[in-house]
Ligand binder design. Structure first.
Ligand SMILES: Cc1cc2nc3c(=O)[nH]c(=O)nc-3n(C[C@H](O)[C@H](O)[C@H](O)COP(=O)(O)OP(=O)(O)OC[C@H]3O[C@@H](n4cnc5c(N)ncnc54)[C@H](O)[C@@H]3O)c2cc1C
Ligand code: FES
Length: 284
């Protein structure tokens, strides 16, 4: 069992957990992820490692409640409770080097996985420009950690309630069009956001890295569930990624594969809600 050391709500249906997993904490590097299973009957879900603490053996994950398992975690798992399985760190770590000027773009819950990468890039001597975005101010989180991790941070909201109005890709285009020499871009968020960022940087010839959130089951390259097409070849996001060159990813295929189990996921959520009526939520 992996004990939950802390749990905090950081946004609407977004929670940050610190889970005690000292061996994972020691080995983890930015860009890597875990596969967790809450209990014996639970499904396996991948979550990115946002931070680690060698002293407490804690690993931080930020979870957006979008379906049965993430909702169950938010409803039923509090401080002191144990998660049955935590497997990791999985996947290839981010390539952290001194590139020069790097733009880190995060959308929605993608801001959390971007944070350790931005911090590591800055520690490696890069000038890091952050762009984070959400639907509205209410949905924005991790602004302070990102501000500390970056040399310069731009905030975008769809409705203009915080920062500038517009998408993160609008600010990305604005910076590239300003003529600033940019050596690399990282973009993490919903597949459509990463696709638009890839198309934004392509004409400028700036190498762009995305973290692919395909459906994962085993997380070890055995099941084929996370298959993604990169430069015309089949890759497994769990072992070959999750980060890939954005200009080589087939995002349309990724999005259609992400939607493969929509009906089953909706049924599973409905069953969970019927068995667990709302109002029983525990925060701590
Ligand atoms: C490498 C990687 C890192 C991720 N990191 C985070 C993170 O740090 N925080 C976070 O909130 N989410 C993260 N996700 C997405 C997260 O795994 C899914 O939101 C979660 O599995 C949804 O499960 P559910 O039962 O709550 O929802 P469901 O109703 O089962 O699914 C809702 C949506 O989540 C996606 N999804 C469902 N099952 C999986 C699965 N096994 N693998 C991947 N995606 C799935 C699908 O797009 C689906 O439409 C990550 C995904 C990947 C691949
Ligand atoms: S999750 Fe099974 S091969 Fe990647």
């Amino acid at each position: 069992m992996y004990r939950i050391l802390s749990k905090e709500t950081v946004g609407p249906a977004i929670r940050e957990y610190i889970v005690e997993a000292p061996e994972v904490a020691r080995a983890a590097r930015p860009g890597q992820f875990l596969v967790i299973r809450l209990h014996e009957d639970g499904e396996r879900i991948p979550l990115t490692i946002v931070d680690t603490d060698d002293a407490t053996g804690g690993i931080t994950v930020v979870v957006q409640e979008v379906g049965k398992t993430t909702l169950e975690m938010g409803d039923r798992f509090g401080v002191g409770d144990g998660i049955l399985d935590v497997v990791g760190p999985l996947g290839e770590a981010s390539e952290i080097e001194r590139f020069g000027t790097v733009i880190c773009v995060g959308g929605g819950v993608g801001i959390a996985p971007l944070f350790p990468i931005a911090r590591a890039l800055r520690e490696a001597g890069n000038r890091v420009i952050g762009i984070i975005g959400a639907r509205s101010q209410e949905h924005l989180f991790y602004e302070e950690p990102m501000r500390n991790a970056c040399d310069e941070l731009h905030v975008m909201t769809d409705d203009g309630s915080a920062g500038d109005r517009g998408f993160v890709s609008d600010k990305l285009r604005e910076i590239l069009e300003s003529g600033l020499s940019v050596d690399r871009v990282w973009a993490i968020g919903p597949a459509i956001m990463m696709k638009v960022c890839a198309e934004t940087t392509r004409p400028f010839g700036v190498k762009t890295i995305v973290s692919i959130n395909s459906v994962m089951i085993d997380g070890t390259g055995m099941c084929g569930g996370c298959r993604v097409e990169v430069a015309g070849a089949a890759k497994f996001a769990c072992v070959d990624g999750p980060e890939f060159d954005a200009h080589e990813v087939n995002f349309d295929l990724l999005m259609s594969r992400q939607a493969l189990y929509c009906e089953d996921e909706a049924c599973s959520l409905e069953r969970y809600k019927m068995r667990n009526p709302v109002g029983e939520e525990r925060d701590q």
